[in-house]
Ligand binder design. Structure first.
Ligand code: ATP
Ligand code: PRP
Length: 205
């Protein structure tokens, strides 16, 4: 049996469809209910629905053997896991964004609002730019509008949220997509099962 942590929310359905298409379907998961675990003994898979930002914790600690997590989560938390495959789903990019006419006055500390403080800190450190990080949990675009920050570091997919709030992407930090990750001990002890899953997913890319 292989235990798989799936991200709830916008990435969840695509992640499950990708696994189902690779031979790891579990029809019960499509029932609209509040259950969090689903098993299909026929193909040896057990799924857990977890918060997207928690997938890497479940996998790192071995509560799940494998999981599907956005590259943003892996860059932010640096979990001690193996990254096995780029699944090419959930494509978006991590950007610096702000008012369209933003001009960085480099003589003062830049105020950066973000849900991703480590990614933001690493990016500005690489540019030797002093910043003050304002760690928020959502609606990041509000920060520059209300004067809480100068810019934001956030995910941009279609760009609609930025445009509708009169903001623009200013710099791309990194391209993001979902990855298959594995617990390091499971990768040894369930090597054949995990390899089979990775290969089946890779064939379907
Ligand atoms: N428009 C988008 N906004 C946010 N994430 C996106 C977007 N498009 C693709 N993704 C990918 O989907 C993953 C899950 O995003 P989602 O918005 O469902 O999680 P979240 O609500 O931010 O997570 P959490 O509730 O744990 O904070 C992200 O980690 C990212 O890799
Ligand atoms: O470029 P777009 O297609 O508009 O997508 C990007 C937006 O989606 C995400 O927000 P989310 O919907 O997760 O809301 P939250 O950050 O407020 O929780 C992200 O933080 C951006 O705000």
């Amino acid at each position: 049996m292989i235990n798989v942590a799936l991200p709830k929310g916008r990435l969840g359905e695509k992640a499950y469809e990708t696994l189902a298409a690779a031979g790891y379907d579990c029809p019960a998961i499509l029932e609209k209910n509040r259950k969090l675990t689903f098993e299909n003994a026929a193909n040896g898979v057990r799924y857990f629905w977890v918060k997207p930002s928690d997938v890497s914790i479940y996998v790192e600690r071995g509560a799940a053997d494998v999981g599907i997590a956005g590259k943003d989560i892996l860059l932010e938390y640096s979990p001690d896991v193996y990254e096995l495959l780029d699944l090419k789903i959930g494509a978006c990019r991590m950007c610096v964004a702000g008012p369209e006419d933003f001009y960085d006055e480099t003589d003062r500390t830049l105020r950066v609002a973000t849900k991703f403080p480590h990614i933001a800190a690493g990016y500005y450190e690489s540019k030797s730019r002093d910043i003050d990080i304002i760690h928020l949990n959502g609606s990041i675009e509000l920060a520059p509008i209300l004067g809480l920050s100068d810019v934001i570091v956030d995910i941009v997919e279609t760009g609609k949220t930025l445009a509708e709030n009169h903001l623009a992407p200013l710099e791309t930090i990194v391209d993001i997509s979902a990855r298959l990750i594995s617990n390091k001990v499971s990768y040894q002890f369930k090597y054949q099962e995990i390899l089979r899953m990775r290969q089946a997913l890779e064939r379907n890319l």
